[in-house]
Design a protein around this ligand. Structure first.
Ligand SMILES: [Cu+2]
Length: 400
């Protein structure tokens, strides 16, 4: 009676184990469930390493649990009332020390090889300094081939305006544009599938060139993570970490990543967008950017209040809305709706001063926005949401 029960239970457990194994193997084959293979040689190495280790631990799991099942069944009390005694069995202890030792060595060798390769930034031809901020990235191109003074620098913010993900989310539930599973493989009619990953200005890198990233942060710890390139590197204030990639020619396109270190309230809103272009296209892009950087800020005055408002609305959505609310209602930062700062003439200069130089938790936007952008944002804040002061701030007002 008892033995039938044992047989049934162990048969059921074995079946469960083998079916689990079959499911695991099915998952491993499906790229949408497994670690992604990415596009670079390193990301492929990381994937291969992951697969080797996965199969090793699966085999160990199968062997150990198989042995337990077998013992439970074969040495049950009805068969063997007296337990075997192999306490302090020297040979057995040597065997179960030596076997795991060799398994660990077998796993450490390929793992070390991949780790060393990940860290080898030598012979890179393009160097980009990546800085994380709450909650955006900046990219500074330091050197490219023989050019050691590229001097191209810009900030990269989330492109999707705050009102397009905040308001509908509150009204239409947690996933106003559908869950990731629902949108898989199709573009949402409302938004591109990648709408929370798109940046207003992408990091541009050439294909077929070894690119070195110097990764750091300005405030708290962030992490620079692009899954398709097989890297994730912590961005730590006061430290410069290095990581590299080399996207093969023929793999040009747009790749996305995100900050991968919980860095505060808007951690989810600091996307990384990388545009991989051919070397010719990159040279043209870089020359354009260098020219823009050399020509200095554009101080041509706005022709009308409407012009300034239009630009101001865009810049506000990209740079201010996360903290001050999509409609100026406030949040982390104070509200602008009817506030003294944004409506009274005597605070006009101070309003500009705070945006340019920062105050308390408010960061300085001197490096992120041009005088024209700042003038537009201030004009917008002083006229939108019923503030209607009629103030038109000109780029020259900000530049001085
Ligand atoms: Cu972050």
């Amino acid at each position: 009676m008892q033995s039938t029960l044992f047989r049934r239970v162990s048969a059921a457990l074995s079946l469960l184990m083998f079916s689990g194994f079959a499911v695991a193997s099915d998952w491993a084959e499906r790229s949408d469930h497994n670690l992604r293979q990415g596009v670079t040689q390193v990301s492929q190495e990381v994937y291969d390493l992951h697969m080797i280790i996965l199969w090793i631990v699966s085999a160990i799991g199968l062997a150990v649990f198989g042995l337990i099942m077998y013992s439970v069944f074969a040495h049950r009390r009805s068969k063997r009332p007296k337990a075997a005694d192999f306490h302090e069995h020297v040979l057995l202890e040597v065997v179960w020390t030596i076997i795991p030792f060799f398994i660990l060595i077998a796993m450490a060798i390929p793992a070390t090889r991949v780790l060393i390769n990940l860290d080898d930034t030598s012979a890179s031809e393009l160097t980009v300094k990546v800085t994380g901020y709450r909650w955006k990235w900046s990219y500074e191109y330091l050197s490219y081939k023989d050019d050691n003074d590229v001097g191209v620098f810009f900030f990269s913010n989330l492109k999707t305006p705050a009102d397009q993900f905040n308001t509908p989310a509150l009204e239409g539930g947690l996933f106003p544009y559908g869950t990731a599973a629902e949108n898989y493989g199709k573009e949402s009619p409302e938004k591109d599938y990648n709408y929370m990953l798109e940046a207003d200005k992408a990091l541009v890198v050439p294909s077929g060139v070894k690119v070195r990233f110097l990764v750091t942060a300005d405030d708290v710890i962030h992490s620079f993570y692009v899954p398709d390139f097989g890297f994730k590197k912590d961005a730590i204030p006061g430290f410069v970490n290095e990581i590299w990639t080399n996207i093969p020619e023929g793999q040009e396109g747009t790749y996305y990543g995100q900050c991968a270190e919980l860095c505060g309230k808007n951690h989810a809103f600091m996307p990384i967008e990388v545009k991989v272009v051919t070397q010719d296209e990159f040279a043209t892009w870089l020359a354009d950017e260098k020219e823009k950087a050399a020509s200095g800020p554009d101080l041509t005055p706005f022709a009308s209040l409407d012009d300034a408002m239009k630009l101001g609305e865009q810049k506000y959505a990209a740079s201010c809305a996360l903290c001050h609310g999509a409609n100026g209602e406030g949040g982390i930062g104070p509200t602008f709706v009817g506030s003294e700062m944004a409506t009274q003439a005597e605070h006009r200069e101070d309003h500009i001063h705070v945006l340019v130089n920062g105050r308390n938790a408010m960061p300085s936007f001197k490096a992120q926005l041009t005088p024209k952008d700042i003038a537009a944002v201030i004009t917008y804040e002083r006229n939108a949401w019923g503030n209607n002061t009629g103030d038109l701030i000109q780029p020259a007002d900000v530049a001085k």
